[in-house]
Design a binder for this molecule. Structure first.
Ligand SMILES: [Zn+2]
Length: 547
């Protein structure tokens, strides 16, 4: 690979505490950030005082796996549009795998992680993610509604067996971490429960979501998994759910945790419509809960499709499907799935307030290192709306213009209109690359320090931040130019991040017996072999971390 010297770059690299520092940066022959080349023959690029950041990292986006595929099949109208490259702030639904890689790279993103990888479906999720070009990727395996874990907990098989099962599940599915969705609630739905609060008992297993969250988070801490438990908390979308969200933070008892799409879990029940913003309560709680990180799950007005493992919630949402079609599924007694198309509308009080709540969270949380920028693609809106979202956060005048187009009662009941804060480029760099790298434990990404992968984005500063973040001048993936002036010029293979966790393998005899008694598939097929990874990647790179 040809070495490159970038001169006159204004580097914004929060991991190195560099905020707009004029520097010279080098790409070495191995595609990493390096030193001054020892011989001539390297390329020189004059950045002319443009902004340089590490490649963007999306730690919660549904880009592979069963329900994403169902969403693609359910919304062919969205796919047709994506193939025509007709994206914008209100871009539609779920692009296909190839478009996903292209569109992310064109915005300067170089890594994206699928948060809801079902154990029994992990091969398909990996194959699909492997089909997304350019983006390094990985998945979090879903636990906490699987019969194996619930039975272990209910029958008090002991914490060490559960911890080893968590370790085995990560290795077997080639995951980066563990996600829990509506802890116990997906399973409870199958026993005809239609809600499950944090301290409410599952009607069959007698377990509470609090116990499941605590057990899983403790297991990950003991195993030394870098990414803490990825938590889709109880009561998604329910007015007043801030109470159980804050109680979920308490249930961790100081153990690290990541609360995902927290906008959907940040609702009060005040005001004439009994639906209000609880962003201040959440921001206040985060001040004293440094063990917690969040991603927001901002909603964007327009057509999208919601795809969630939270079948309890999706079943209750089915009557709001727009267009009128939906899919609910059970997945091998390990999870569930609901896919419901949805249109967020400015003139809906609820949707308008959801939009306000997301922005309030971004602007009110004191420490940007606790916050990651997401729309929970495609649930809150497509990832292609990120430049629009960044402009809303950086530009008070633009934000207020949008606010005044919403349902009139919302302005009256929100504090967003009074928030003067405009996020800086440094804060945006934290929320879009530095914080996600830290929260995921990606030691070679998210920074421009020497030795890191040369995932580099150069943006020409522009007063229109939406234009700036949708048309980077240069994007490099592992030292290779992939985008020039917002347009794709190359399409290298992606890499797979996964862990090799150390656990007591005697858990396997327990699992083997369980499989023989209860499962259709054979135990030996449950474990994805190292040799299968080549099939997933088709020439892409393994990024394995041993724990
Ligand atoms: Zn999600």
């Amino acid at each position: 690979m040809k070495e490159i010297k970038f001169i006159n770059a204004r580097v914004i690299d929060p991991i190195q505490n560099k905020n707009d520092v004029l520097e010279t940066i080098f790409i070495d022959p191995k595609g990493k950030i390096g030193n001054m080349p020892s011989s001539d023959g390297y390329d020189v690029i004059d950045c002319c005082n443009s902004i340089m950041m590490a490649g963007g990292i999306d730690l919660h986006t549904h880009i592979g796996g069963g329900k994403t595929n169902i969403a693609r099949m359910l919304m062919p109208e969205g796919l047709c549009k994506s193939n025509g490259f007709e994206y914008g702030n209100k871009g539609e639904s779920v692009p296909g795998t190839i478009d996903t890689g292209h569109r992310y790279a064109e915005m300067g993103y170089t890594a994206a992680f699928e948060p809801a990888m079902i154990f029994s479906n992990a091969r398909q999720a990996h194959l699909e993610m492997g089909d997304v070009p350019i983006l390094d990727h990985g998945g979090y395996v879903m636990l906490g509604n699987d019969e194996i874990l619930l039975e272990m907990l209910a029958k008090k098989k002991g914490h060490s067996l559960i911890r080893d099962y968590v370790g085995w599940s990560i290795n077997a599915s080639k995951a980066m971490g563990v996600k829990v969705v509506n802890p116990g609630g997906i399973s409870a739905f199958k026993f005809n429960q239609r809600s499950l609060d944090l301290d409410e008992k599952h009607s069959h297993w007698g377990l509470t979501p609090r116990a499941i969250v605590h057990e899983l988070s403790l297991s990950l801490q003991e195993l030394g998994v870098p990414h803490p438990l990825h938590i889709h908390a109880s009561n998604l979308g329910v007015p007043g759910n801030i109470k159980s969200t804050i109680e979920t933070i308490d249930a961790l008892e100081g153990i690290r945790g990541h609360l995902t799409h927290v906008q959907f879990h940040c609702y009060g029940s005040e005001g004439p419509k009994k639906f209000s913003s609880a962003s201040q309560q959440l921001a206040e709680k985060l001040k004293t809960s440094k063990n917690i990180s969040i991603d927001v799950g901002q909603i964007i007005f327009g057509q999208t499709v919601t795809t969630s493992g939270d079948i309890m919630k999706q079943h209750s949402n089915r009557n709001n499907a727009n267009p009128k079609k939906w899919v609910m599924g059970d997945i091998e007694c390990t999870a569930g799935c609901g896919v419901v198309p949805f249109k967020y509308k400015e003139n809906s009080f609820v949707n308008a307030l959801q939009w306000v709540i997301g922005l309030e969270i971004f602007l009110l949380v004191d420490d940007p290192w606790q916050v990651v920028l997401t729309t929970d693609h495609p649930n809150g809106g497509p990832f292609t709306s990120y430049p629009h979202l960044i402009k809303l956060l950086m530009n008070k005048e633009f934000r207020d213009e949008q606010l005044h187009q919403l349902h009139p009662d919302v302005i009256e009941h929100c504090i967003l209109k009074d928030i003067k804060k405009e996020l800086s480029l440094y804060e945006i760099a934290i929320m879009t690359r530095a914080a996600p790298a830290k929260i995921l434990g990606l030691v070679e990404n998210g920074s421009l320090a020497k030795g890191k992968h040369a995932d580099i984005v150069i943006y020409k500063e522009d007063p229109d931040q939406e234009y700036m973040f949708s048309t980077p001048e240069y994007v490099y993936k592992n030292g290779k130019l992939v985008v020039r002036n917002g347009k794709l010029v190359d399409c290298p293979k992606p890499g797979l991040h996964y862990l090799d966790v150390n656990f007591d393998s005697s858990v396997e005899s327990y699992l083997k017996k369980y499989y023989e008694k209860n499962c259709i598939g054979e135990f030996r097929n449950g474990f994805i072999a190292e040799s299968e990874i080549d099939l997933f990647l088709d020439g892409g790179k393994r990024i394995l971390r041993k724990i």
